[in-house]
Structure formats: structure tokens, C-alpha cells
Design a protein around this ligand. Structure first.
Ligand SMILES: Nc1ncnc2c1ncn2[C@@H]1O[C@H](COP(=O)(O)OP(=O)(O)O)[C@@H](O)[C@H]1O
Ligand SMILES: [Mg+2]
Length: 250
């Protein structure tokens, strides 16, 4: 199987508060409809939370744990917001002939100190093998040390990517950029010099922006492609195993 992630920076207006980018959602769903119709179906979709997650977490001050009634209400609200975004993504996929089923990570997994310790991935894999497209998203989940914590879509990518053949991350830039240019490949030889160029996001992002993404990919320990999902044809090419403008993290 392949793992495809679509960033919250693409699916939402990240500078807003719970604002969809319906145009981007529709064009990516249309592309995925075509890919699905042509028989490429062995993949799971993970998406970020964008302004349905980060902005809400910051508003309710949930990045240091969930203990009080107010924080629990904030966590439930953040989860509900993320599922609304996911429903919008699923609706667009359904319109384009893709039998997408949302599987919120908060319903099948748990964290400890912000890291996944339990995940009933069998549900996800059964949906996949039964001909559905499982859709997961960055979420707020129970955490046995902090009460509740954010699980980024990027962490879900690193978790599910371990068992995948190819991992593709669609974001709002052409790849990892250093000195104004896309770095075609990151490997042991250039990692340190590239890292000095990699920062968080310019928008509100409680999960570390591009640096958080790269850290998750290095933990995963297998090749991943970072490409610009504002150009759906690049994501399509990568899903088909073809070349496209991107950064390969080896
Ligand atoms: N060296 C870099 N190359 C590319 N993007 C970078 C770099 N350093 C920081 N970034 C920021 O990371 C952002 C992508 O991360 P993020 O907003 O978290 O995307 P996503 O929504 O896909 O998770 C880019 O839009 C950019 O602002
Ligand atoms: Mg991000």
C-alpha cells in the first residue's frame, strides 16, 4: 500500500479559523477520483488539520495537557472540528466516485507523551483490503501522561508509513527548500546542512511545520516524497510511481 498525506495548509485557509479551502479540496478529490477509476486503489489518505486544528488548540491552550473541564471541552471541540474538515474531504471524494470512509485516530488509538502507543490499524487495513479508501487525520487523542494531546497527521504518516511501499506528503511548497531551490534528495550526506534551512510553518502550526514533518520522516526511516499538492498532477504522478518535482527524503 501507499500512504498519501495532504497538508492542512492545502485543504484549509490556515491563517483563518476553521476555514475550508474548498477549491483545493475539490481539485484534489477530482484528481483522486481519476486515480481511483484507473485502478490505483491501494492507498490510505491522511490529512492535516490546518485551521480546524492548530488554531483551536491555541485558542483553548491545549498544548500542555488536558486536565480541567474547560480543557476537556476544548479537546472535544478540537476533535469535532477536525472531523468536520474530514467530512468535507470525504464528501468531495464521494462526489468523485471514491468510497472514502473517515476513521478518526482518536477513536482507534492512544498516545503517551504525545507519541502513539496504541492504534487499531487492523480496522484501517480491513477497510483498505475491502475496497474502501480509509481517511485519517491529525487529531487530539487521549494521552496517558498528559490527559490529551495533539497527534499530527505527520506522526500518523510515520506510523502507517512503516508498513507502506511509498509515502507521499502533499504540502503547500514544492518540497524542502534551501537557498531558494528545491532540494531533490535528502540523505545522510546532506541532512545536517539541509536541516539548517528547515523551520516551522509561517502559519499557526502546533506540530512544527516543515521541521516537524522532516523529524517524523526521519523517525519512520524509509523514503518519502514531499511535493506540492497545490499542483495535484504532481501528487498523481507520484501515486502512479512516476517522477515529479519533489524532495525525496531517503
Ligand atoms: N526549508 C523549508 N522548505 C520548505 N518549507 C519550509 C521550510 N522551512 C519552513 N517551511 C515552512 O513549512 C511549511 C509547510 O509546513 P506546514 O505548514 O506544517 O504544512 P502542512 O500543512 O502540509 O503540514 C511551508 O509552507 C513553509 O512555510
Ligand atoms: Mg504541518
Amino acid at each position: 500500500m501507499q500512504v498519501l498525506k495532504l497538508g492542512g495548509s492545502v485543504l484549509t485557509k490556515k491563517e483563518g479559523y476553521m476555514e475550508l479551502d474548498q477549491k483545493n479540496i475539490d481539485s484534489l478529490a477530482k484528481m483522486l477520483g481519476g486515480v481511483w477509476k484507473s485502478g490505483v486503489r491501494e492507498f490510505i489518505l491522511i490529512h492535516g488539520a490546518g485551521s480546524f486544528g492548530h488554531a483551536v488548540v491555541l485558542k483553548y491552550g491545549l498544548d500542555n495537557g488536558v486536565r480541567t473541564d474547560e480543557q476537556k471541552a476544548g479537546m472535544a471541540l478540537t476533535h469535532a472540528a477536525c472531523t468536520k474538515l474530514s467530512q468535507a474531504v470525504v464528501d468531495a471524494l464521494l462526489k468523485n466516485g471514491v468510497p472514502a470512509v473517515a476513521v478518526p485516530a482518536a477513536s482507534i488509538g492512544k498516545l503517551s507523551n504525545g507519541r502513539i502507543t496504541k492504534m487499531d490499524s487492523s480496522i484501517v487495513l480491513s477497510l483498505l483490503s475491502s475496497g474502501f479508501l480509509p481517511v485519517l487525520h491529525g487529531d487530539m487523542m487521549l494521552d496517558d501522561k498528559k490527559g490529551g494531546a495533539v497527534c499530527s497527521g505527520d506522526q500518523l504518516v510515520s506510523y502507517f508509513g512503516k508498513g507502506a511501499e511509498r509515502v507521499i506528503l502533499g504540502t503547500n511548497v514544492d518540497g524542502i527548500i534551501a537557498d531558494g531551490k528545491v532540494v531533490p534528495e535528502i540523505n545522510g550526506a546532506n541532512l545536517q546542512s539541509v536541516l539548517s534551512h528547515v523551520k516551522g510553518a509561517e502559519t499557526a502550526d502546533v506540530t512544527g511545520g516543515m521541521r516537524g514533518k522532516l523529524e517524523e520522516l526521519l523517525r519512520m526511516g524509509k523514503p518519502a516524497y514531499i511535493a506540492n499538492a497545490l499542483h495535484p498532477e504532481r501528487i498523481e504522478k507520484l501515486l502512479r510511481g512516476e517522477k515529479a518535482i519533489c524532495t525525496v527524503v531517503k
